[in-house]
Design a protein around this ligand. Structure first.
Ligand SMILES: Nc1nc2c(ncn2[C@@H]2O[C@H](COP(=O)(O)OP(=O)(O)OP(=O)(O)O)[C@@H](O)[C@H]2O)c(=O)[nH]1
Ligand SMILES: [Mg+2]
Length: 425
């Protein structure tokens, strides 16, 4: 087998309709991952269904409802290659009702492209996605200021949107000066694979060139295996096949594994990535694997796979450091929103508000506050309403970060800084 290029997981994020799916379709087209005749077929079909211009988006939007509504609902994984890397790209939904799917997508990413339509500029989910990307640990961000064709390729408009975005990045902790801002038209293919006379004023890299400036994430292979389950299939002739991404450690054939909090065990029979069998899987690999001794109903999304001798930690309670993004009133003890952590979504109760912190410096502002509200940072004690795997961010950062959601919006995000484990055996 040819030596594989380094692998990166890339999330494409941004407000609804700003052109994320179109951008991914365009990237796949320009890199040869989808042939022109497929796009041409989609173009004709989309036109005949009154969905003209969605031909690139349809590469990603496969669900019937997605095509009819012209929006992305679930996350989709696709592969494309640049000279330096191969990418697994996760196209995230922009619609506010599907932010939970975006969180799952972003929690698997090493880097993100933020797509912002030039005519609209910074919108509600632009802010929410940037905040979530940051708190979910995505350190590398590339910005495509898209639909430049609909803004007459106007440099002034580009600079305005760039300025607003820079303020947003600064606020959540990205460095605008180290971030690439690229004027694009995903629809017309401008500054994706090649530059265009339309943006003669722009001297920076194309989007594909920018992607090759990303850094390969360090592979935490010296840590214990952690693989959060994203889905479980039952495949005839093979058996139970959980799928997910290796976050830390190495999964090898023959290894004895345990699934928590399901508290089930089995032995790895085979591992598959991109439809090819592989002997072992490393951090960042999106895989399906077959486990001896496991039935489909034994485990589900949200369970985490680890070695039997160092199983994933199930929390009875944990201490969290959080930042409150928005909340209609105040958060007090007893509040029970949903925590989105790796692939689990678990309702957890705030059992104690320990400290209120200055969000910028981290210094304590108040001990045992009676409430916290939007804009506050805090240290809180949390009790999951049912068993849930979470890890200390200092040991396994990939499983220590989460977002907190309630009534369809993101309330807060944070990380786990201490755990009271639940005895499972
Ligand atoms: N003019 C123009 N239109 C574009 C461009 N990119 C995307 N669009 C159009 O914008 C609409 C929405 O595109 P999508 O790619 O589905 O947007 P999205 O961000 O994936 O939307 P959600 O997944 O629902 O959040 C479609 O009509 C696209 O053809 C662009 O560069 N220029
Ligand atoms: Mg989409």
């Amino acid at each position: 087998m040819a030596v594989e290029k380094p692998h990166l997981n890339l999330a494409v994020i941004g407000h609804i309709d700003h052109g994320k799916s179109t951008m991914v379709g365009r990237l796949m087209f320009e890199t040869g991952a989808v042939p022109p005749h497929i796009i041409e077929g989609y173009r004709k079909e989309a036109e005949s269904k009154g969905k003209a211009t969605f031909e690139f988006a349809w590469v990603m939007d496969n669900l019937k409802e997605e095509r009819e509504r012209g929006i992305t609902i679930d996350i989709a994984h696709k592969r494309f290659d640049t000279p330096k890397f191969y990418f697994t790209v996760v196209d995230c939904p922009g619609h506010r009702d599907f932010v939970k799917n975006m969180i799952t997508g972003a929690s698997q990413a090493d880097a993100a492209i933020l797509v912002v339509a030039a005519p609209d500029g910074v919108m509600e989910q632009t802010k929410e996605h940037v905040f979530l990307a940051r708190t979910l640990g995505i350190t590398q961000l590339i910005i495509a200021i898209n639909k430049m064709d609909a803004a007459k390729y106007d440099q002034k408009r580009f600079e305005e949107v760039k300025k607003d975005l820079s303020a947003l990045l600064q606020m959540v902790g990205y460095k605008p000066a180290d971030t690439l801002f690229i004027p694009t038209s995903a629809l017309q293919g401008v500054n994706i694979a090649k530059k265009s006379p339309e943006t003669a004023w722009y001297t920076g890299p194309t989007l594909l060139e920018a992607l090759d400036t990303l850094k390969e994430p360090e592979k935490p292979t010296d840590k214990p295996l952690r693989l959060p389950i994203q889905d479980v299939y039952s495949i005839s002739g093979i058996g139970t096949v959980p799928v997910g991404r290796v976050e830390t450690g190495i999964m090898k054939k023959g290894m004895k594994v345990s699934f928590m909090p399901a508290n089930k065990e089995g032995e790895i029979k085979s591992i598959e990535m991109h439809h090819e069998e592989i002997p072992q899987a490393l951090p960042g690999d999106n895989i399906g694997f077959n486990v001896r001794g496991l039935a489909k109903g034994d485990i589900r999304r949200g369970d985490v796979c680890g070695p039997v001798d160092a199983p994933p930690t199930v929390a009875d309670e944990f201490t969290a450091q959080i930042v409150v993004l928005q909340h209609p009133s105040a958060i007090t003890v007893g509040y029970t929103p949903v925590f989105h952590c790796h692939t689990t979504q678990t309702a957890c109760t705030f059992v104690e508000l320990k400290k209120k912190l200055d969000p910028r410096t981290g210094e304590t502002k108040e001990e045992n506050p009676t409430f916290i509200k939007a804009g506050d940072a805090a240290i809180v004690q949390v009790k999951p309403t049912k068993p849930m795997v979470i890890e200390n961010v200092k040991e396994l950062p990939q499983l220590g970060r989460f977002a907190i959601r309630d009534m369809g919006s993101t309330i807060a995000a944070g990380m786990c800084i201490a755990i009271q484990p639940k005895q499972m055996r």
